[in-house]
Ligand binder design. Structure first.
Ligand code: GDP
Ligand code: IMO
Ligand code: MG
Length: 431
């Protein structure tokens, strides 16, 4: 089946954008299946830097068709802004981007609610969301009061649903006159954005199934990483959707038998933005060095990312829940000149050795990493494109990560642009 799911294996920011940009050359379509403008996928080429939030990274490759599927929550204002920025930079979007009519929308009150809920929480219960309205929009979807693109495009339907929603959320939105003002503001925005959104609306499930029937090559791009998955992540410090590969079926309206292979993206160390447990976090000079050398600052919020050693329990869980057979290892170059290197191979919890990622939030919070120490490596030449040309200790580090993760490392990324990559396996991912 010619389709690949590209999924993050850690807490996001693994380099999904770069790898989709690399593999996208071989694809016909690139699809975002979950998440929303909380994502920040960076793509660097020809000395230009793009950060994509809602739109698949494939938009940066001429002529590719991109789809935002029904599982995504779309903020019309954020989308308008993103399209405008891309077109200003000579990237053609119209005629190449299509959005599912079934996608739920993020409206201004979702962002107000996201901020209000975060600010009302204290200490340990704060999630550290991106404040883009993600949680409240998905909550509306599940509560069956959400507004979809199809509803937004019908003026009367939208007005009726908007009034219903503002009533339901009135306690968070201020006085009756403030709510009336908010309503009028949203209606005015909708009138001006409706013609713009109409140009992109489609039945993406129908289109994808047709494309699959014709043998088109499709990449499904996750927005977040597996550890932020609402089911398999570090709940409640997660996002409100399922980045895992299995979600592609329901998030795109295709059968599970249409997924060909799953490629996991994994950083050579670990980072996390926002609150929540992170057993291998380094709050010392080594963590600081990883942040500085790896330029670990949020692509969406600019927040400094928390940094730590590679955690094999995290990646093993990801390999298992996503059905990952192949991995793309990114940012190996960031570890140049760091001596020694450490990899977490188990946790210790009150004297007990844990070999699997624990489900109890208490156990996870109290777990301490057990490390294997590996030799560091020196400079990797700028022109290195073959695995055997990496310094020997770097080869050993990669082989160790492969063995402990339980999936083949098919790509090793050594820099931001797509040509700074070693392709190890010659077998095609499109099988
Ligand atoms: P995403 O959200 O998974 O797409 O990842 P982000 O774009 O948020 O973060 C990854 C960052 O690392 C971006 O700034 C990329 O340009 C950069 N990056 C990706 N791969 C590599 C690599 O192999 N080496 C280095 N040094 N940077 C990389
Ligand atoms: P990319 O695409 C890293 C995190 C937030 C917060 C939690 C919930 O760049 O990999 P939300 O706004 O989704 O309700 O926030 O999820 N988060 C991310 N962390 N990279 C991302 O996306 C993220 N998207 C959400 O920091 O902890
Ligand atoms: Mg990111």
């Amino acid at each position: 089946m010619p389709s690949i799911v590209v999924v993050g294996t850690q807490w996001g920011d693994e380099g999904k954008g770069k790898i989709v940009h690399l593999l996208g050359k071989e694809a016909d379509m690139i699809v975002r299946y979950q998440g929303g403008p909380n994502a920040g996928h960076t793509v660097v080429f020809d000395d230009k830097l793009f950060v994509l939030h809602l739109i698949p990274a494939g938009i940066l490759i001429p002529k590719k068709i991109c789809i935002i599927a029904n599982g995504v929550v779309v903020d019309p204002l954020a989308l308008h802004e993103e399209v405008k920025l891309l077109e200003e930079r000579k990237i053609k979007v119209e005629g190449r981007l299509f959005i599912s009519e079934l996608a739920h929308l993020i409206l201004p009150y979702h962002k107000i609610l996201d901020v209000a809920k975060e600010e009302s929480k204290k200490g340990e219960t704060k999630i550290g969301t991106t404040r883009k309205g993600i949680g409240p929009a998905y909550a509306d979807k599940v509560e069956r009061v959400g507004i979809r693109l199809a509803d937004y495009l019908e003026e009367d339907t939208f007005k009726e649903l908007l009034e219903q929603n503002l009533k339901l959320k009135k306690e968070y939105l201020g006085s009756p006159s403030q709510i009336e003002e908010l309503k009028n503001q949203i209606l005015t925005q909708a009138s001006s954005l409706r013609p713009f959104l109409k140009k992109f609306a489609c039945d993406s499930s129908l289109d994808l199934n047709l494309a699959l029937k014709k043998g088109k090559k499709i990449i499904f791009e996750s927005a977040q990483g597996t550890m932020l998955d609402i089911d398999f992540g570090t709940y409640p410090y997660v996002t409100s959707s399922n980045p895992i590969a299995g979600a592609v079926g329901s998030d795109c309206g295709i059968g599970p038998n249409k997924i060909g292979s799953v490629l996991g993206i994994v950083k050579a160390y670990t980072t996390r933005v926002g609150e929540g447990p992170f057993p291998t976090e380094l709050e010392d000079e080594v963590g600081k060095k990883l942040r500085e050398v790896g330029k670990e600052f949020g692509a969406t919020t600019g927040r400094p990312r928390r940094c730590g050693w590679f955690d094999a329990l995290v990646v093993q869980r990801s390999v298992s829940v996503n059905g990952i057979e192949k991995l793309a290892l990114t940012k190996l170059d960031v570890l140049q000149g760091m001596y020694p290197l450490k990899v977490c191979i188990a946790y210790e919890h009150h004297g007990r050795i844990l070999k699997h990622f624990p489900n109890s939030r208490k156990v996870l919070q109290e777990s301490k990493p057990i490390y294997k120490t590996l030799n560091g490596f020196g400079e990797i030449g700028k022109s290195v494109r073959r695995f055997k040309d990496l310094p020997l200790p770097a080869q050993k580090y990669v082989r160790f990560l492969e063995k402990i993760s339980g999936a083949k490392i098919s790509f090793v990324s050594l820099g931001r642009s797509r040509d700074e990559t070693i392709r190890i396996s010659k077998t095609s991912l499109w099988n």
